[in-house]
Design a protein around this ligand. Structure first.
Ligand code: BES
Ligand code: ZN
Length: 394
């Protein structure tokens, strides 16, 4: 991540060159207002919707645009080139922020931190992940309105606090929601150089059983004690090695996912309102059950950012060395969709393809035993998430 400005400019102009006729550009209105004075000629807005506009630019101007965005706004992405006016217009009309979240390039995806990442990845251990899954599954339910659901979020907060107690640059907080009692959990590792840029790894902390939840037994070992335990292992490794990122890293345990992504919607909406600069989001929801024989990690291609998904594939090849592929949820199946809807780049590396999904989720049988009895599969995701935060934050 050292030569970030130049590299991103190169990446963007390379993708533009790959589509030589691309002259219609969809660009965020805030970005457009700032770059207008910097462009050589006056640029007419051809169409506007969802906080973004279509403008027509020459190849040279498009390349200039990426430089201006970097030098003036110190950010990446924010515009996309299209082959025709219709394509650009359609892109905006249909999806707005969501469209940008899925298609734009938000940061430099060069892999150049292997000196740090490789030794950290080697320290990921299956037993500590398994132990956290057992502890979380032992709460009768983590349902968002239940007493044990409230307690289980406090337990996650306490576990993350204990792992980071020696660090003055790390804080762990409950994020309280106004409409239900279960809090989300947020750990923040303050960046040492670019602390306004944030890399997020999250997963939902709640569980559910049956149609109505309530107090019925909901161990949620796979869905999603596994994701929280995977995140906890990343935190353990980073803290034990005193890793200090340049950008800010946040780990999140979301409340109330199982009842409509409520916790993550609240948080992502709040980040959007505050114009927080989130450069990458990884969702870990279900990492325990190896359901697909020939693929260990499966990226859901819908409601996610294409460039970041590709980057995750490269991280797997480099650091995890397991077979991976793509599948689709077909709907906004987890908290990554909240970040995508808020205009941020999100991915969800998943335990299996959609066809091979664990059928025990949302039942009292979603246990460690029914998912194979160990956390070996989850350990692969802890390695990937470790690589993701270090490569993006440094
Ligand atoms: N972990 C699941 C999401 C999931 C299920 C992903 C199956 C891939 C395959 C999540 O906790 C969940 O249950 N989501 C809900 C949707 C949500 C909007 C309430 C679901 O899938 O029904
Ligand atoms: Zn679920």
């Amino acid at each position: 991540m050292k030569k970030i400005m130049g590299l991103i400019a190169l990446t963007l102009s390379a993708s533009v060159l790959a589509a030589p006729k691309a002259q219609w550009v969809t660009v965020d209105n805030n970005v457009l207002a700032k770059i207008r004075p910097k462009l050589n000629k006056s640029v007419q807005t051809l169409y506007s919707a969802q906080g973004a506009s279509v403008v027509k630019l020459s190849q040279d101007e498009i390349e200039g645009l990426s430089h201006v965005i970097h030098n003036e706004l110190h950010r990446c992405g924010g515009f996309i080139a299209h082959e025709s006016f219709e394509e650009a217009q359609n892109a905006l009309s249909f999806q707005g922020d969501m469209y940008f979240a899925k298609s734009a390039i938000f940061t430099d995806y060069t892999i150049d931190q292997s000196n740090i990442v490789a030794p950290l990845v080697a320290q990921v251990e299956e037993p500590s992940i398994r132990s956290m899954i057992e502890k979380l599954s032992n709460f009768n339910t983590r349902f968002y309105k239940s007493e044990t659901g409230i307690k289980s979020s406090e337990f996650i907060r306490d576990t993350w606090s204990e792992l980071s107690k020696h660090r003055s640059d790390v804080k762990v907080e409950l994020y309280k929601h106004s409409s239900w009692p279960q809090a989300s959990i947020i750990m923040t590792i303050q960046g040492s150089e670019k602390s306004d840029e944030i890399v997020i790894v999250g997963g939902h902390a709640d569980s559910i059983s049956g149609m109505f939840g309530g107090n019925s037994r909901a161990p949620g070992a796979d869905d999603n004690a596994s994701g929280i335990a995977t995140i906890t292992e990343v935190i353990r490794v980073l803290m034990q090695n005193d890793f200090k990122p340049k950008r800010t890293i946040q780990f999140m345990g979301y409340a109330a996912e199982e009842v409509g992504l409520l916790g993550s919607k609240d948080i992502a909406g709040n980040y959007k309102n505050k114009s927080k600069k989130v450069i990458g989001v990884m969702q870990l929801d279900m990492t325990l059950n190896k359901g697909t024989a020939d693929k260990d990690i499966v990226m859901m291609a819908d409601y996610t950012n294409g460039a970041q998904n590709e980057f995750l594939g490269k991280l797997i090849d480099e650091y995890v060395k397991v077979p991976w592929g793509y599948s689709r949820c077909g709907y906004g199946c987890s908290d990554h969709a909240s970040w995508t809807a808020a205009g941020y780049p999100a991915s969800i590396p998943f335990e299996s393809t959609m066809e091979d999904i664990n059928r025990k989720i949302h039942t009292p049988q979603d246990t460690l035993q029914s998912a194979g009895g160990d956390a070996k599969h989850a350990a692969k995701f802890a390695k990937l998430a470790t690589a993701f935060v270090v490569e993006l934050a440094n």
